[in-house]
Design a protein around this ligand. Structure first.
Ligand code: SF4
Length: 693
């Protein structure tokens, strides 16, 4: 590569996976981000996170040597010593406590190749069923709802470019104006084309400001809202009976469930005035085609799967599925939130979105891996259950691409569980709050220093390409798995070359729901990404799913009758306020990378608690005052930020910061019974003014 060469690649952060170029520089930061206008999803646009992404490549910002804990201190070590220590400790745990006492925890930001090889490492080398990943905390309810209705989970069953061609979009619990700003152009185009945008959010966010109609329900009542809208649609005779008859099953039971939710009752439960409910139903039904897009707001609830089903039911009842410019979709959050949930790092899953308890799936994947199907362990615990069992059932943990000290619900408890482990190994780019607890920390390559595929929120498989060499002392996650597998008796089958791993992934996914068999690195580059399923080299890929049939045995979409139920923790006299959490424009997830970028940190330097002036007045709190938020799980102290853009009965905290500012100190690990998603989006707290020091 010449000194001025620019490499086409993608952003390291969210699921939009914006295309960008990286141009070599002579400075301390070895590349600079430049526009890549030809990539069709973002057409050159980037948010501040993406345009400042190169800063984390600077030598001072990241780890460049393995660290091994000696006499209580993390000290620099060689790779041989570090890998030997991990292999020895994992083996000792398995020998003493059994294979399932060795846990593996992955991440939704890992490339497809890493997620695939991590799952294979757990099942083949460690022989443990104890593997899950932080994507369980992001999209699992949407995935479960999608599979329940359509027989298949792909976040968006259509390209983002279809969104402006819908007549109406209801966006439930998502704030792309801050989380993925380049996506907003599709919402603006929708409106420019005469379509309408309805945003459902307890806060008047920057996205809600754009809407033609903003509905602000109490946190945790999105399910009731969807039922109320369906009730109105039925009562007004606006259902699509031909579509229901030809392409769905289960309507009578779902219709009955919706009719039990009277709009007046829904108004009382949600706090959304009845005229607004009627207006939303009218806007949705008046459109020739309509979409519902959900994000973490309705999904991160202890009834998240049923909530997603309620919104899908609204789509199906109005014929808005299985045809162009209509349907239900989920706005995936993490960079590889889609691909990361397809290739085997989930507790119940084998590559290609195959099920671990399916004998045919086990036989297929075992053949690719060269092992006997009976040697593969069964399904294991979900992410929160895994973390909650650390130090008791699970005694040693290998963690890759996650920072649960900041990002897990009930984070103080999970931090204690991590501290109670016999052994913790962490692979990360930086010394995250979780890595700081580890016995061994391995410094690994990051996005611009390695090649690999990711699958964006549309189901488009894209290629992130290496633009620059990693500093000496840094190795890739694939090299880590290769090194550990070799030490644990598996010298073959763990390639360090990403493209070779992808070739194996193609074979392992062949014939599965997420079929990548026909996708190659070459095709990805030539086609600006390939949409799965793509079963062979002559197949063009599948930008739009379900046009002819749904992925159910009979080809019909399935209605699911659901009932509203309260959040696991409703406000009471002791904890009278609802807390909801989310992201801000300049930070990403646990902030492990973005908090190290000066431009982002100065834009968003710390946490805060957002509250309505009416609530602030009752508490005697002024804007900027320090406020304690107290829940059954802990106490945080942050500055108050007063705004009329939030309901007076609700407060909001962003979740990017650790310590006494960590919003996840409070979040409730009550789990959805189907997806095992914790209830991040609503819990009960009280606020206390903190006297100035
Ligand atoms: S929207 Fe997402 S993918 Fe695009 S630049 Fe921002 S963080 Fe990166």
């Amino acid at each position: 590569m010449s000194e001025t060469a620019t490499t086409d690649t993608h952003c390291p952060y969210c699921a939009l996976q914006c295309g960008m170029g990286l141009r070599r520089t002579e400075g301390a930061v070895p590349v600079e981000v430049v526009e890549r206008p030809g990539f069709p999803v973002n057409l050159g646009a980037l948010c501040g996170k993406g345009s400042n992404a190169a800063a984390v490549l600077a030598p001072g910002a990241r780890l460049t040597t393995p660290l091994v804990r000696v006499d209580g201190e993390l000290r620099p070590a060689g790779w041989g010593e570090a890998l030997d220590r991990i292999a020895t400790e994992l083996s000792a745990t398995a020998a003493t406590h059994g294979r399932d006492a060795v846990g593996v925890f992955g991440g939704g930001g890992l490339t497809n190749e890493k997620a695939y090889l991590l799952g294979k490492f757990a099942r083949v080398v460690l022989g443990t069923s104890t593997i899950d990943y932080n994507g369980r905390f992001c999209m699992s309810s949407a995935a479960a709802g999608g599979i329940r209705a359509f027989g298949l989970d792909r976040g968006l069953p259509f390209p983002v470019a279809d969104i402006p061609k819908a007549g109406c979009v209801i966006l439930v619990g998502g704030n792309p104006a801050e989380t993925m700003p380049p996506f907003v152009r599709y919402l603006r185009e929708l409106q420019d084309n005469g379509g309408t945008l309805i945003v459902v959010d307890p806060r008047r966010t920057r996205t809600a400001e754009l809407a033609d109609l903003h509905l602000a329900p109490r946190p945790g009542t999105d399910l009731a809202l969807a039922l109320g809208l369906l009730h109105l649609v039925v009562a007004d005779g606006r259902t699509d009976e031909a579509f229901i008859a030809e392409r769905t099953t289960g309507w009578p039971e779902t219709r009955a469930a919706a009719m039990a939710h009277w709009p007046e009752h829904v108004e009382a439960v949600t706090g959304v005035p009845l005229p607004q409910l009627r207006e939303a139903a009218e806007m949705f039904c008046a459109a020739e085609t309509a979409m519902v897009l959900t994000a973490r707001g309705p999904e991160q609830q202890s009834k998240g799967t049923d909530t997603v089903s309620a919104w899908i039911n609204l789509c199906l009842a109005t014929g808005n599925a299985g045809r162009p410019y209509a349907g239900y979709g989920c706005l995936t959050g993490q960079g590889n939130g889609q691909g990361g949930r397809e290739h085997g790092q989930k507790a119940d899953q084998l590559p290609g979105y195959r099920k671990l308890d399916d004998p045919a799936a086990r036989a297929h994947v075992a053949a690719v891996w060269g092992v006997h199907p009976d040697s593969l362990p069964g399904p294991g615990p979900s992410a929160y259950e895994l973390l909650d069992s650390l130090g008791t059932k699970v005694r040693s943990l290998l963690l890759m691409g996650s920072n649960p000290v900041v990002s897990a619900p009930r984070s103080t408890h999970i931090t204690e569980r991590l501290r109670s482990l016999d052994f913790l190994a962490v692979c990360d780019v930086v010394l995250s709050e979780t890595a700081a607890l580890a016995d061994v920390v391995l410094p690994v390559t990051q996005w611009a220093e390695e090649t690999g595929t990711l699958t964006n929120l549309e189901g488009r498989v894209i290629l992130r390409r290496k633009a620059v060499d990693a500093p000496p002392g840094v190795r890739s996650d694939l090299e880590v798995l290769h090194g550990l597998a070799g030490r644990l008796g598996h010298g073959e089958g763990f390639d360090t070359d990403a493209e070779k791993v992808f070739e194996e992934l193609r074979r392992a996914s062949s014939g599965g729901p997420a079929d990548y068999a026909g996708i190659s690195y070459r095709r990805i580059v030539e086609q600006d990404g390939v949409f799965w399923p793509c079963p062979d080299g002559d197949h063009p890929g599948t930008p739009r799913l379900f046009l002819d049939r749904f992925a159910t045995p009979d080809g019909r979409a399935r209605f699911t009758p659901v009932q509203h139920r309260p959040a696991a923790e409703e406000p009471d006299a002791e904890y009278p306020v609802r807390l909801t959490t989310g992201r801000v424009l300049a930070q990403y997830q646990s902030g492990a990378q973005t908090r190290r970028v000066e431009a982002l940190n100065s834009a968003a330097p710390g946490a805060f608690v957002e509250l309505h002036p009416q609530l602030a007045e009752r508490l005697g709190v002024a804007d900027g005052d320090r406020v304690a938020v107290v829940s059954r799980r802990g106490r945080t102290v942050t500055p108050a930020r007063l705004t009329t853009a939030i309901r007076p009965d609700t407060v909001f905290m962003p979740f990017h910061w650790p310590g006494e500012a960590n919003a996840n100190v409070h979040t409730n690990p009550a789990l959805d019974p189907t997806s095992r998603m914790p209830e991040f989006k609503v819990c009960a707290v009280r606020l206390e003014a903190v006297a100035a020091a």
